[in-house]
Design a protein. Sequence first.
Length: 404
Amino acid sequence: MSPTPAPVPLSGPRFQTEPAELYREMRRDHGSVVPVVLDGDIPAFLVVGYRELHQVTGDPQLFSRDSDLWNQWDRIPDDWPLLPMIGRKQPSILYTVGERHRERAAMISDALEAVDPFELRSHAEKFADELIDAVCAKGETDIVGDYAALLPVRVLATLYGFSDEQGPGLVTALNDMINGRDGALDGQRHLAASMARLLADRKEAPANDVVSRMLADPSGFTDEEIAQDLMVMMAAGHQPTADWIGNSLRLMLTDDRFAASLFGGRHSVAEAMNEVLWEDTPTQNVAGRWASRDTQLGGRRIRTGDLVLLGLQGANSDPQVRTDSSALTGGNNAHFSFGHGEHRCPFPAQEVAEVIARTGIEVVLDRLPDIDLAVPAESLTRRPSPWLRGLDELPVTFTPVPVL
């Protein structure tokens, strides 16, 4: 009788170097629900089956967002690096359930729905042009570090009501927080303090921005609840969108299927962006859901209070769904990259991310028409995170062009 395979550590270089192979091995050794261990040997389950993930995200009663249910809290130290991602008693929409969650989701959707799409695109173009202006005369740049990683948060900060000067500090704080390592808690504190100040300003002097609209919502949310939701929206809207830009440009620069799109094929920009959401999605794994009672999932026993992680990339590449992973997905958007069910990314937020990412890519192709990869494709490396998949850098060369 063969020994039971050991739980998989949810860390290590293979999440960066060969995630597709890693998810295949997980599925081979453990099936569609994989026992994993988090920092500090904390146990959890990672759902990598498409059907099983649909089941988990579609049943908010059985698989709850209420983190108080977790049966591991007595083992979690105060300085656990994943606390910004798996929080306790956080009054944000992420951990709210039932009717109160639906009211909060409506408040966020309404505040974002009111963003004028032309204004949004014009903000995105303005910041994109400024970032390209800073590098276009040099003939070379790191299009991730000097561009993609700076763009979404600048646009979001403007929609919220932050000044242009506050943008760069918010970028640093967010990236530290999301990477879940040494600077995570400091990043979270900087972001929280910035949000609190902006809320206080907008209570004194409302304006036509997302924060003012959320403060004016009649559902009676506290300032702290609104500040928490703004932090969640900024974190969820910035880094995955930055990685969506970087991963799409990498695909277009390295994959023959998209070579034509670099020379004016606008249709292919949308195709490349959709392909990334299936094959190289920025949000790989999400924490999480907690079982509200003992149950079975994918043939595995799940006990009350167990943490279930959403393996979005694992499910997207489930061979029962992607029978031919070499074929282009076309317009098929049945991927899990924006989640599913009651807690999925609100549609207006998804639309904001799409406009920022697509504008960001189109401005690069317009301004630097002969852009090319400056290093061998196989030498590109990823940030060390099992949660978000993005490039450390994407060095490119191009013919120097004048500043706009």
